[in-house]
Design a binder for this molecule. Structure first.
Ligand code: PMP
Length: 367
């Protein structure tokens, strides 16, 4: 498999350790849900910067260097982000020697800010409640910085074609290769195709690019499903968002109050949308940790809970009930980014302490 052979020699820089992430069976959760299909997780926290967004950061920097828009020793890379694109950019720019300023809403975790600073980036926080087109939003502040800083450049993940392309050329093909090169056996039946793909959307780059790879080059009837948090407006049809548009949610990195260009350009890449709540997302994170040993972040829980909801819907039921069909869920980042968040502390350190007798009985007969 390319993913392992690519890592069997000395790499030039950490950028060569971006992507090439594993596709891992979520067998326990599938069994608990009574699914006959295979449930598979594309686990992105193993990428060098810790998330799926490393891929686009690398692609946008390399493309901008190629067309001369990044000038060594002069350019200042400025980017509005929920953090992970910023971490990927700061990693690429640390390696290549560009200055970086990241603008990021207040709601995003302290861990992301610490990682950005560790990689040498400046970080400017902005009010979470600011509308995307307000001057004080993370997007508005990035634009102001660009106007005022000579050689300031916004690579613009919301509109940059290299965002979906990075997924069309890397994430999608990696998923296809893993599925195609794992033969069907009696013990583990497989259609040897990707039959459904579920991901959350922020810019929409991941879902758009992976969908293009799957539908154009692999399986035109693959069903692509977006998971959108309650409070965001990305889901279609619009009535799905009506009751909750504008309400605040805690999950980071997915959902918006506007439709990014990357997502609006070709909406046919997403066949269906499901709405997800914070509570469902965090419960799904806990299941991924406890039952599959995967230390994923909040939006991974949104993708999994969205997938499970869709597999119970009229549209998803046929897939859920067919042995060997392959359902891939994209798990964008790891818990490293969220260890100080109250939702994580509540499920771990702040969980009700058990007296010793309780610890023993929990070990002997787990709930
Ligand atoms: N999850 C997390 C944690 C993210 O940081 C992002 C990127 N904002 C996403 C999901 C969504 O990815 P995309 O921008 O490609 O839609």
């Amino acid at each position: 498999m390319a993913s392992t052979s690519a890592l069997r020699h000395i790499l030039d820089t950490a950028l060569d350790a971006v992507g090439n992430t594993p596709l891992i069976r979520l067998d326990k959760i599938a069994a608990q849900e009574g699914l006959k299909c295979n449930l598979l997780g594309k686990v992105e926290f193993t990428s060098a910067g810790g998330s799926v967004k490393d891929r686009i950061a690398k692609a946008m920097v390399l493309a901008a260097e190629k067309d001369g828009r990044l000038i060594p020793g002069k350019s200042v890379v400025i980017e509005p982000t929920s953090g992970n694109t910023g971490i990927g950019l700061a990693m690429a720019c640390a390696i290549k020697g560009y200055s970086v300023i990241i603008t990021m809403p207040n709601k995003m975790s302290l861990e992301k800010e610490a990682l950005l600073r560790a990689l040498g980036a400046e970080v400017v926080r902005t009010p979470t409640e600011a509308a995307w087109d307000a001057p004080e939003s993370h997007i508005g502040v990035a634009q102001k910085l660009q106007r005022e800083i000579p050689y300031g450049i916004i690579l613009d993940q919301y509109g940059n074609p290299n965002n979906p392309l990075a997924h069309e050329y890397t994430t999608g093909p990696e998923i296809i290769e893993a599925v195609v090169s794992t033969p069907s056996t009696a013990a583990r039946p497989s259609s040897e195709k990707v039959d459904a793909f579920i991901a959350g959307a922020g810019t929409g780059g991941t879902i758009t690019g992976v969908s293009r790879a799957l539908k154009k080059k692999h399986n035109p009837s693959c069903i692509v499903v977006g998971a959108d948090p309650i409070g965001s407006v990305l889901a279609k049809p619009d009535y799905l968002n009506v009751t909750d548009a504008g309400s605040m949610y805690v999950v980071e990195g997915i959902g918006y109050d506007f439709i990014p260009e990357v997502l609006s350009q070709d909406p046919a890449n997403v066949d269906s949308w499901v709405k997800t709540s914070d509570a469902e997302s965090f419960a799904a994170v806990q299941r991924l940790m406890r039952h599959e040993g995967l230390l994923v972040g909040g939006s991974s829980g949104s993708a999994l809970s969205g997938a499970l909801k869709w597999l119970k819907s009229a549209e998803g039921k046929r897939i859920a009930e067919t042995e060997g069909l392959n359902v891939v869920v994209l798990l964008p980042d790891g818990i490293r980014n969220y260890m100080s968040k109250s939702w994580f502390l509540d499920m771990t350190l702040h969980a009700e302490p058990r007296p010793l007798a309780g610890v023993i009985s929990q070990i002997l007969s787990p709930a």
